[in-house]
Design a protein around this ligand. Structure first.
Ligand code: ADP
Ligand code: ZN
Length: 752
């Protein structure tokens, strides 16, 4: 059945031209069908028995030599040439899967047009629960047979298993074995003896949600925001509200009221969170508020879970989805609210295939579906600030923390003056503060946004720097796993004993710190402290991560060291000191217009983890440039002055949101070919007023996964239809031969 889905690069296989010999020419009304491949048009198929399936229905159709799943569209799309009626093929069957609602079709077309992606690829994202389209296999478990005689041999293991199964629940063999602490062989034995019987496991139901499960008394500012959001939901029209308040101001409690209102009105709601597999804290709080869990949607779900949620969303059984960016593409039967939490988060931008910004696309989805959208953040994006100022978005501000706790005092440690000891990374003042914090029984968080032990391995003897063979990037040492890894392509090798170049033994030295190295220093300095190292490559799975977070929440960890995984969403009550190991790390990205904004957001968010409850918080930022506007904003806490300045810069430079950017990235295995194609593309650009094309230039990371990369950047005024410009441009390009990839990224967030 996998074949039915097809690969996305099947686009080149045009639908078969000739009908199979001996078949009757099908007759009946024509049905436009869109296939989930890299094509931008529908194909006509003849309906079955004259019956035209509803738009959005999933159908099986012959496509090239194979059968494929397609979506019935509401009209013909794209410039398909008229097909000889004799060559038309018929729809093979309509699938028993809920169809895509009409708004989904509209939404898909909007995204395809805006992102310049083939419509088929957008629809493919809407089908990203493959198991939905496969025959459903009921899963089998075992259940106690009521009144069965004892097995001939009642071993203690058998007795335990029977005792547990006596509750009459159906369990998988593995689950029953685990619960009874025996092997599945024991369970098989009981089935053979007739004490247990196999039974189909009923599909898990989604939990009921009660909008009135618990109620909260709000402070004045919160109440105003709550009222505004309730009115927005009641109004049943499109609007965007920017919910802007420091971490701990109660934004989550506030937008829960909007969710409650949507639920009460019988609408579905989507709460989007930046991936990190949705913080467990959010789920717990949701459950406390609504008496049940939302349906989760993120990359760690199993294929069966995905299918279950997809179907539940389509049938309306799922009322609230808490999801990562791709949750936007689920087939909501009746969506009435989207909340985008941490709306400034970069994780909302998808950077491959269809390049979309989920926060921006939520606004589009709201406008198509005619419902309110809530963007929440303690550090809203410059784009959202500008929209709030112009009155496009309603600006709901919650000043101060709900608990009344003060925001942490943040100070800079000027690394030019206060240097860490040789071979160390923590300055004396930070170490001292950590000691004090430990002494008070409170927690410290050290933040460094770099996985592994060291970002560079150098040969002391010949100066060789170990690079990835497929990328122009250094290999990062991961000492815990004893490997050197490429963070761009995943290439990895065991840490060598000798320099790969000059073969000198024991001459390799690690340069610079990653979180593992900070952990090493902390262990040496505070041997008695308990320590948690949070880095995506070190936490094996979702459950382990949630457990680690809970341990920290319970105050069982003294020192937490983490990458940006720790920056989001968690609430650690005993945390009173945050140390930023390298405050300058994010600022070094030259071409990226958002480098400053992003660093500000990240540092603000991380320092804001301190002192959220009883303890008074403080933050210490190690930096070589304490006078930089971003550092100043973090230290003085004067966010508004910083935003003012950032907006001025964007305006002056015609950068987003005052201007539009589109990146074009050309890559090829052959170095010359990549450059040649990039130059040809640049030469063919149509002349237009108010549009500049910069480049081509070799990409800052010029080689990734063995492909050489060149970039062009298109910059236009805000009100220019840059998509139309690009469509004209690309329609006129010659076919490039060879292994060339050209990707177009509208509103890019990545400039590497
Ligand atoms: P934010 O989302 O802005 O970071 P939260 O909604 O997480 O803030 O609120 C911070 C803490 O304060 C949470 O523990 C939350 O339960 C609590 N809180 C916020 N508002 C209220 C309220 N009106 N009544 C009771 N507790 C509240
Ligand atoms: Zn690599």
């Amino acid at each position: 059945m996998n074949d039915l889905f097809g690969k996305d690069d099947d686009a080149r296989e045009a639908p078969a031209r000739s009908r199979p010999a001996g078949k009757v020419v099908p007759q009946g009304p024509l049905v436009p069908v869109l296939l989930p491949v890299a094509l931008d048009q529908t194909y006509d198929y003849v309906s079955i028995d004259g019956e035209v399936p509803e738009p959005g229905s999933f159908v099986v159709v012959p496509f090239g030599p194979q059968m494929r799943i397609g979506v019935v569209w509401d009209r013909a799309v794209g410039e398909g040439k008229p097909v000889d009626p004799k060559k038309l093929k018929a729809i093979d069957g309509v699938m028993e899967v809920p169809g895509l609602p009409a708004v989904s079709l509209q939404f898909a077309e909007w995204i395809a047009r805006y992102t310049l992606s083939p419509l088929g690829m957008v629809v493919r994202m809407m089908m990203s629960a493959q198991a939905v389209f496969e025959p459903q296999k009921p899963r089998f478990g075992v259940v106690a047979v009521f009144g069965a005689p004892h097995p001939p041999r009642l071993t203690p293991a058998r007795a335990r298993a029977l005792e547990i199964a006596a509750d009459g629940l159906i369990r998988t063999k593995a689950a029953l074995a685990e619960q009874s602490g025996c092997s599945t062989g024991v369970i098989d034995g009981l089935v053979a003896a007739g004490c247990l019987a196999e039974a189909a496991i009923p599909e898990k139901r989604f939990q009921r949600l009660d909008p009135k499960h618990t109620t909260v008394t709000f402070g004045d500012a919160q109440q105003m925001a709550v009222d505004a959001l309730r009115a927005a939901v009641d109004g049943g029209t499109f609007s965007v509200s920017l919910l802007d308040g420091v971490t701990g101001s109660g934004k989550t409690e506030v937008y829960f009221e909007a969710v409650a209102r949507a639920l009460a009105a019988g609408k579905q709601a989507l709460v989007m969170l930046p991936e990190i597999a949705l913080t467990s804290q959010f789920m717990d709080r949701f459950q406390r508020r609504f008496g049940g869990m939302p349906a989760e949607w993120h990359s760690a779900l199993s294929a069966n879970e995905r299918a279950r949620v997809w179907r539940g969303v389509a049938t309306g059984e799922v009322r609230v989805v808490a999801g990562a960016r791709s949750a936007l593409f689920l087939p909501y039967a009746d969506l009435g609210l989207i909340v985008v939490d941490e709306e400034h988060d970069q994780g909302y931008k998808q950077d491959d295939r269809v390049h979309y910004q989920a926060r921006d696309m939520s606004v589009v989805r709201g406008s198509i579906g005619k419902f309110p959208v809530v963007l929440a953040s303690a550090t809203p994006s410059i784009e959202s600030h500008v929209n709030a100022r112009s009155g496009k978005y309603r600006h709901l501000i919650i000043p101060g923390r709900y608990s009344g706790a003060e925001l942490p005092e943040v100070a800079a440690i000027d690394l030019r003056r206060e240097q860490p000891d040789k071979g160390r990374w923590l300055a004396p003042r930070l170490v001292e503060a950590m000691g004090e914090t430990l002494g008070k029984g409170q927690q410290t968080l050290l933040f460094l946004n770099r996985r592994g032990y060291a970002p560079l391995t150098l040969c002391r003897s010949c100066g060789h720097r170990i690079e990835c063979p497929q990328c122009n990037a250094w290999l990062v040492e991961h000492r815990f796993r004893n490997r050197l890894n490429c963070h761009h392509c995943g290439f990895s090798l065991p840490i060598p004993k000798a320099c790969p170049k000059c073969k000198t033994e024991d001459a390799l030295v690690a340069c610079g710190p990653g979180v593992e190295r900070i952990a090493e220093e902390v262990r040496e300095r505070f041997p008695a402290a308990s320590l948690a190292l949070l880095s995506s490559d070190l936490v094996p799975g979702l459950e382990e991560m949630r457990e680690m977070i809970r341990t920290i929440e319970r105050g069982e960890t003294d020192i937490i060291i983490g990458t940006q995984m720790v920056a989001k969403g968690h609430h650690f009550p005993d945390l009173s000191l945050v140390g930023i190991v390298d405050g300058d790390l994010g600022l070094a990205q030259g071409a990226d217009p958002r480098a400053g904004e992003r660093t500000f957001q990240l540092l603000h968010q991380v320092t804001g983890r301190a002192g959220r409850a009883a303890a008074i918080g403080r933050g210490l930022v190690q930096t070589y440039m304490p006078e930089h506007p971003v550092m100043q904003a973090i230290i003085t806490g004067d966010r508004d002055a910083y935003i003012e300045e950032e907006i001025r810069l964007r305006q002056a430079g015609a950068l987003p949101p005052y201007g539009r950017l589109v990146a074009i990235i050309v890559s090829a295995r052959d170095k010359e070919l990549a450059e040649k194609v990039a130059r040809t593309i640049a030469d063919r650009r149509p002349l237009a007023e108010r549009i500049v094309v910069l480049g081509p230039a070799e990409a800052p990371i010029a080689l990734v996964r063995g492909r050489y990369r060149w970039r062009l950047l298109v910059r236009s005024q805000r009100d220019v239809d840059v998509q139309a410009y690009l469509r004209d441009w690309f329609a006129d390009l010659p076919e490039f031969k060879g292994d060339v990839r050209i990707s177009v990224d509208v509103d890019p967030y990545n400039f590497l």
